[in-house]
Design a binder for this molecule. Structure first.
Ligand SMILES: [Fe+2]
Length: 271
């Protein structure tokens, strides 16, 4: 079962957050600004535990409410647990889009999550955030991937995202040969392995292009204009929290990663 939540402006959704229910397990909890709707729906389901992909408030915003209303355990990466216990104050755009993150407690994830019918592997997939995990069900090829995917041609990062971790996590996910993605932004998507590969290829090409220009003595602004077509307007609305410059900076900080050997097998080369 898939849940879809969004802030609307003039009746139109501006960013959809998806969370999922499978075999009595809830994966992520949705943003807090839809808490009353979430409560109403979740009370009708026999949920017995929650697993969280990462700490961002559109994935964790209803954890406190679930604990109070349903009294069931929540499992998360240790870093997610630390942040949920003492949530930071978010930028205005995040509070508008998703609401606050009320504090909540959770237990550390094990390597697997067992439900009655399924055995989900917990895969650490950092890049979008350091605490990001995905859940893989090998029998059906399901990959509950939080914000690992989001789309294939994104060229903006949140502050702090890491391109090397991103690419390595994509490679790790591709190695599982997943069939179906359950994405935090786009919901259920087939052709999972191909989608992840196309995203990896797209970002790899961007990284190599930045490296080429940087080594030809182009300055940062020139690279931004030539590779990215300039900064996105949303950078200024986001109080400098989300933009192309964060992707560019992460590539420049990791130029040595963009060589042919890493493209062949980044997991081996980073081991
Ligand atoms: Fe996120």
């Amino acid at each position: 079962m898939e849940f879809k939540a969004a802030r609307t402006v003039m009746g139109r959704p501006i960013y959809c957050s998806h969370f999922f229910y499978v075999d009595n397990l809830l994966i992520d909890s949705g943003p807090h600004n839809v808490s009353s709707e979430v409560t109403t729906v979740l009370k009708t389901l026999p949920i017995n535990k929650v697993a969280i992909t990462h700490h961002h408030e559109d994935h964790t915003g209803n954890c406190q409410l679930i604990q109070k209303e349903l009294g069931i355990p929540i499992y998360a990466h240790p870093e997610t647990i630390r942040i949920m216990a003492d949530p930071p104050k978010f930028q205005n755009y995040r509070r508008f889009m998703w609401g606050d993150l009320p504090y909540a407690s959770a237990y550390p994830l094990d390597n697997v999550i067992n439900t009655e019918r399924y055995r989900l592997q917990v895969i650490h997939t950092p890049g979008h955030s350091t605490d990001h995990v995905s859940f893989f069900e090998p029998t059906n090829g399901w990959l509950f991937c939080g914000d690992l995917y989001l789309g294939e041609k994104l060229t903006s990062f949140m502050a702090g995202e890491n391109i090397v971790d991103h690419l390595t996590s994509l490679q790790k996910a591709i190695a599982l040969s997943p069939k179906t993605l359950f994405c935090g932004l786009k919901g259920r998507l087939e052709d999972a392995e191909e989608r992840l590969q196309r995203k990896l290829d797209c970002w790899w090409e961007i990284g190599c292009r930045v490296k080429e220009l940087y080594e030809a003595d182009s300055n940062r602004k020139e690279i931004m204009d030539r590779v990215f077509g300039g900064e996105v307007l949303f950078y200024y609305f986001s109080q400098s929290n989300w933009g192309r410059r964060f992707m560019l900076d992460s590539i420049i900080d990791n130029l040595s990663f963009f060589n042919a050997d890493h493209k062949k097998n980044p997991l081996r080369d980073l081991a």
